[in-house]
Ligand binder design. Structure first.
Ligand code: PEP
Length: 255
């Protein structure tokens, strides 16, 4: 079975004492019950070394960064590079989160470069895609998200695509409390899998985990994750509540 993943995105939240307390609480609540179930914690840069050391030896938990620069090093004051993250022991990285696209004007071409540098340094990208409300209302969401994939991912040879995770996050559902229905999520995930299959073949498309993101909570995770092409969730707000995030981990498919 494909990996089933609960990924937390803390965004730009918490002070160090708060981060330490939440990390400890999450370690206590985020128990998996099968080897294909995994937890990824994406946190602000300053807390990454702490998270790496606190989760050492817990093979079901991986630590992710939320961003990196697209160049390996150089005169880019204030930026953080993929080789720096890899040298800390980070294994995963969010790329293309809608907040990066919207507030930091990251476009498909820049995201393709970030994917390349992440993969080059052994980081597993969690590539985020998703449409704004106006596109959903116009009914062109399938084509919109397929274009995001084509523009940022399809320069990669199939063997490199195989190392990716995808998170479908409709922008109208992020941080709004408005979740896509399980049917809407399934429809989009199945559609993305066929777009990947046309580019790289059915076998590869069947192996890539596709997470759903957008107001996932303990109360709706079970229904969303029950859909065949929904392989878990990328969770913002609810990941700041260890008990609720534990319920989300508990909703991952068993088999
Ligand atoms: C996110 O940050 O990726 C996200 C989905 O946020 P929320 O769960 O708060 O909607």
């Amino acid at each position: 079975m494909r990996p089933q993943i609960a990924a937390a995105n803390w965004k730009m939240n918490l002070t160090l004492p708060q981060a330490e307390a939440l990390l400890d609480a999450l370690l206590a609540t985020s128990r998996t019950t099968a080897p294909h179930q995994q937890v990824i914690l994406a946190m602000p840069f300053p807390y990454l070394p702490l998270a790496i050391s606190r989760t050492a030896g817990q093979s079901h938990i991986s630590i992710a960064a939320q961003n990196c620069h697209h160049k390996p090093s150089g005169a880019y004051t204030g930026e953080v590079s993929a080789p720096m993250l890899a040298s800390l022991g980070i294994t995963h990285i969010l790329i293309g989160h809608s907040e990066r696209r919207e507030y930091f004007l990251e476009d498909d071409v820049l995201l393709a470069a970030k994917l390349d540098i992440a993969l080059e340094h052994g980081l597993t990208p969690v590539f985020c895609c998703g449409e704004p409300l106006r596109v959903r209302e116009a009914g062109t969401h399938d084509a919109f998200v397929a274009t995001q994939l084509r523009n940022s991912l399809f320069h990669l040879p199939p063997e490199r695509l195989a190392g990716l995770l995808i998170a479908y996050e409709p922008i109208w559902a992020i941080g709004t409390g408005r979740t896509a229905t399980a049917e809407q999520a399934q429809e989009m995930h199945a559609g993305l899998r066929s777009v990947i299959a046309r580019h790289a073949g059915d076998t590869l498309a069947a192996t890539i985990p596709i997470l759903y993101g957008g107001s996932v909570k303990g109360s709706n995770a079970g229904e969303l994750f029950s859909k065949p092409d929904v392989d878990g969730g990328l969770v913002g707000g609810a990941s700041l509540d260890a008990v609720d995030f534990g319920r989300i981990v508990g909703a991952l498919k068993q088999a």
